[in-house]
Write a protein that binds this ligand. Structure first.
Ligand code: AMP
Ligand code: MG
Length: 395
């Protein structure tokens, strides 16, 4: 049997980054920059007003008080977006709005609240310090500066900055495209009626969500019955654009193991010393990496967490791409099979953790409300309440 670490290494070795791409801003949230972003212009791009008010020469209003306002003729009205060049003559004021370009010659902005807000001759009731309420060109960003760096994750604020700089695209590591295929003649799509002996398909929807949650893109394929020709046909038709194929089911020790039967030449099927998730496989199909996960829903998702999620995120450039891991204090006694790494579902609360539900691999209900995995070593068969235990934080 393979160890968990051995199989992790094999799977990680299969998953490769795609070449960097320039993508429209709206497609890049959560992706990792593959090039520095150098500002093509300064921000602000020009001196402008930080307030709604009046542009003045500061000395002209030096004596202004509420009791003895200074009155200035209003020579211009400058809303945001006015583009013609303007010059302020000493002894006059220009009414100006927030973000509007400061006229040449103005040295301060008096907020409208310190005036009578008039449009012909304005009464200014407060003195102004030179430079007040003026945003200077380049005080945020100087053209030519690298403002975002290779390896940074694109956040909403990073997108705002890129747009403010006039950039329509960013150079990023694109999403991995993952084809998800479930197998099983017993499977029926949710929403359709069930015949006796049939069950609803749940792995594809669950894994697709996990793939998207990891920041990758899902390529959907129809589910396959346990028929080799159908399975191969679906794979041939849908795997072309995939960077990774994930299948579920059809890899254990029974008959009708369609994934095993179809891919015996391309995939190495192995047993991994873990619970759940013992039957695993990996390889390449026509050059596309494939990871064959077991069919039991808990096994499928735990296997995705343990083997696929971290290298998938690493291939998209994420640093520290794995789930946060820590040690918590167990609230109860637990047992674990000798010789297998056990991943139990758990609920982490502060520094303590309680295992949640039975260890068997079909108890999906418990996984659905767990927020962590407990990782119990191969040589541990009993853990007492109060013991430290390793947890993977899934929250
Ligand atoms: P298998 O490995 O194909 O024998 O599947 C193991 C168990 O998981 C069986 O009980 C299957 O019915 C179940 N199973 C396999 N694939 C799925 C799926 N996509 N959705 C729900 N249950 C599944
Ligand atoms: Mg099956």
């Amino acid at each position: 049997m393979r160890t968990v670490e051995e199989h992790q290494t094999v799977v990680a070795g299969l998953i490769k980054s795609r070449a960097p791409q320039q993508l429209p801003l709206s497609d890049t949230l959560g992706l990792v920059l593959a090039a520095d972003v150098v500002a093509p212009l300064s921000l602000p791009g020009f001196d402008n007003s930080a307030m709604d008010g009046y542009a003045v020469v500061a000395e002209d209003v030096a004596s202004a008080t509420p009791d003895a306002p200074v009155r200035l003729p209003v020579a211009e009205d400058i809303p945001a977006g006015r583009t013609d060049p303007l010059t302020l003559k000493p002894g006059t004021a220009h009414r100006i709005m927030t973000g509007a370009p400061l006229p040449t010659g103005a040295t301060a902005v008096v907020p409208v609240e310190a005036t009578d807000a008039a449009t012909d001759t304005v009464a200014i009731r407060a003195a102004a310090k030179p430079g007040q309420h003026i945003r200077r060109a380049g005080e945020d960003v100087t053209a030519g500066t690298a403002v975002l760096h290779t390896g940074q994750v694109v956040t909403p604020a990073a997108l705002g900055l890129a747009a403010a700089l006039g950039l329509a695209e960013l150079t990023v590591l694109p999403r991995q495209r993952v084809l998800v295929m479930s197998t099983g003649t017993e499977l029926v799509a949710p929403g359709s009626p069930l015949q006796p002996g049939q069950i609803y398909e749940s792995n594809a929807v669950m894994l697709s969500a996990a793939i998207r949650d990891a920041g990758a893109e899902v390529l959907a394929a129809p589910m396959s019955g346990d028929d080799v020709d159908t399975f191969r046909a679906i794979l041939a038709e849908h795997a072309r654009d995939a960077d990774l194929i994930i299948t579920t089911g059809g890899v254990s020790a029974g008959a009708y193991e369609v994934v095993k039967d179809s891919l015996a030449d391309q995939v190495e099927f192995v047993k991994v010393a873990m619970q759940p998730g013992m039957p695993q496989g990996s390889g390449t199909v026509d050059g596309v990496p494939i990871v064959t996960l077991p069919g039991n829903p808990v096994s499928a998702l735990v296997s995705f967490e343990v083997f696929v999620r971290e290298p998938l995120r690493a291939a998209m450039g994420h640093r520290g791409p794995g789930r946060p891991r820590r040690t918590a204090v167990l609230t109860e006694n637990l047992t674990s099979p000798r010789g297998k790494r056990q991943f139990r579902r758990g609920v982490l609360s502060g520094d303590t953790v309680t295992s949640y539900g039975p260890p068997a691999s079909h108890h999906l209900r418990w996984l659905a409300s767990a927020n962590c995995l407990l990782e119990i070593d191969e040589d541990v068969t009993e853990l007492a309440a109060g013991s430290p235990v390793a947890v993977w934080d899934l929250s």
